[in-house]
Ligand binder design. Structure first.
Ligand SMILES: CC(C)(COP(=O)(O)OP(=O)(O)OC[C@H]1O[C@@H](n2cnc3c(N)ncnc32)[C@H](O)[C@@H]1OP(=O)(O)O)[C@@H](O)C(=O)NCCC(=O)NCCS
Length: 177
């Protein structure tokens, strides 16, 4: 992580962010998703983080607004997607640095929980656990083992509930089918 700066995205970074996403995922869908989220109501500029190395964008992570519905309450939570590191820069802790910075910001802003749909082995390092273990459903057509949740405020998962992903993510799932 030497010479890596993690900071919120700025307008000048947009092309670099596209390049990182296309290189990491080897397709353009995730870069399109980032643009779609940026133009949607769930976009939070301070949660679109870049990792910069000597002026080059080498990693990117986005968290956006999602919801947790429990009985008669609805609370704002954060969802993570996508995240990417240039293949030439992977295995150096850049992904971990991005997640750690995002979660620190989430706690600072008082978000009670984070969710992600992805590799359980990777995200468990940061405390994410399968959501179904906490009796949480998800409104996405994702494999239940890949829906992961992290409690940021103690007790937030004490009640069963449903993670509600926003429309922009549902459109992405439909498009990628
Ligand atoms: C996943 C990704 C963001 C990790 O970035 P990174 O900077 O290499 O991550 P870190 O250096 O912090 O951590 C690397 C560790 O993550 C592990 N890891 C990477 N991908 C993993 C996966 N799919 N499942 C489990 N572990 C994984 C590696 O084994 C590595 O462990 P090691 O260093 O002990 O060998 C990066 O590999 C990437 O962009 N992948 C392609 C896009 C992608 O799959 N994004 C995540 C979607 S959920």
């Amino acid at each position: 992580m030497t010479d890596i700066t993690i900071r919120p995205e700025s307008f000048e970074d947009l092309r670099g962010i596209d390049i990182v996403n296309i290189s990491a995922f080897e397709e353009e869908d995730e870069a399109r998703l980032v643009t779609a989220i940026r133009h949607s109501p769930v976009y939070l500029p301070e949660f679109s983080l870049v990792a910069e190395n000597h002026g080059r964008i080498v990693g990117h992570l986005m968290m956006f607004l999602a919801r947790l519905d429990q009985q008669d309450t609805r609370i704002d939570i954060l969802a993570l997607a996508p995240m990417s590191v240039l293949p030439s820069h992977s295995h150096r802790g850049i992904g971990s640095g991005l997640i750690t910075a995002a979660l620190e910001q989430a706690r600072k802003q008082g978000f009670p929980a984070g969710v992600v749909t992805g590799y359980p082995d990777y995200y468990s390092r940061f405390g994410f656990k399968p959501a179904y273990l906490k009796k949480l459903d998800c409104n996405l057509p994702a494999e239940k083992e890949t829906v992961l949740a992290l409690e940021l405020k103690e007790g937030v998962f004490d009640k069963a509930g449903t993670i509600i992903y926003p429309q922009v993510i549902h459109q992405f799932y439909e498009m990628s089918r």
